[in-house]
Design a protein around this ligand. Sequence first.
Ligand code: AP5
Ligand code: MG
Length: 214
Amino acid sequence: MNIILLGYPGSGKGTQAKVLSQKLGLFHVSTGDIFREELAKKSPLGQEVSGYISAGRLVPDRLVLEVLKARLAVETRGLLFDGFPRTVEQAEGLDSWFESRSQAIDSVIFLDVPEAEVAARLGSRRTCTGCGKIYNTISNAPAKENVCDVCGKPLMTREDDKPEVIARRIQVYKDQTEPLLAYYRSSGVFHKVDASRAPEAVAEGLSAMLAGKP
Ligand code: AP5
Ligand code: MG
C-alpha cells in the first residue's frame, strides 16, 4: 500500500504518519525529516538545503526527486509520504517513478484544517532531539517540561517555526502545494479527513477511511 498525506504545514502530517506507518507496517517518508537530519550532520546535502528551509521556501524539485529516488531505490515496504510531493512537478516525478516500478498510489489523504489553526499549532510545537516525537506546549505537552516522555532527551523548537517563517511556509503552501488537491482529485484515490479534531480522533478517521468505512 502506498499513501500520501497532504496538508498545510501544521496540519498534523508528521503526527499522524508516525502512528499510521507503525500500524500498517509502512515506511514513513518525510522529506522534511530527511533534510533536517542532513542539516544536523552538516553534510553537503544539508548545506545545500539549509537556506531554503530556514527561509521557509521549497527545496528545488530536481534535488528533492534525486534524494528520494536514491533513498527509496531498495525499499520494499509500502510507502507513507509526509510532506512530499509538494508541487505538481514532484507529483509527476512520483507518478513516473511508481510507473517504472509497476506500482501505484493507493490513497492520497488531505488533512483538512483551517488556516487560522495551523499557525498557532506550529508556534507551540516542540520536537524531541532524540526520537523525533512531536509535542505541543498547548495541546500535547510532555509530562516534564522540555523532556521527551519516550526517550528522556531534550525537546527543541524547529528553526522554521519562527512567526515570520511560519507565515512564509503557509503562503508557499497556498501557492505551490494547494494545486496538488486538484491534481489528485481527478485521480480517483483522493480522500479528505477532518484534521481539526484531537489527534486520536484524526487517527481513527484515517483508519476508518482506509478500511473503507469513512
Ligand atoms: P516539513 O518538515 O515537511 O514541514 P511542513 O510541511 O511545513 O509540515 P510540518 O512538519 O510543519 O507540519 P505537520 O503537518 O507535519 O504537523 P505536525 O504533525 O508536526 O518541511 C520543512 C521544510 O523542508 C519545508 O519548508 C521545505 O523547505 C523543505 N521541504 C520538505 N519537503 C519538501 C519537498 N517535498 N519539496 C521541497 N521542499 C521540501 O504537527 C504540528 C503541531 O501541531 C505539533 O505541535 C503537533 O503536536 C500539533 N498537532 C498535530 N495534530 C494536532 C491535532 N489534531 N490537534 C491539535 N494539535 C495537533
Ligand atoms: Mg512534519
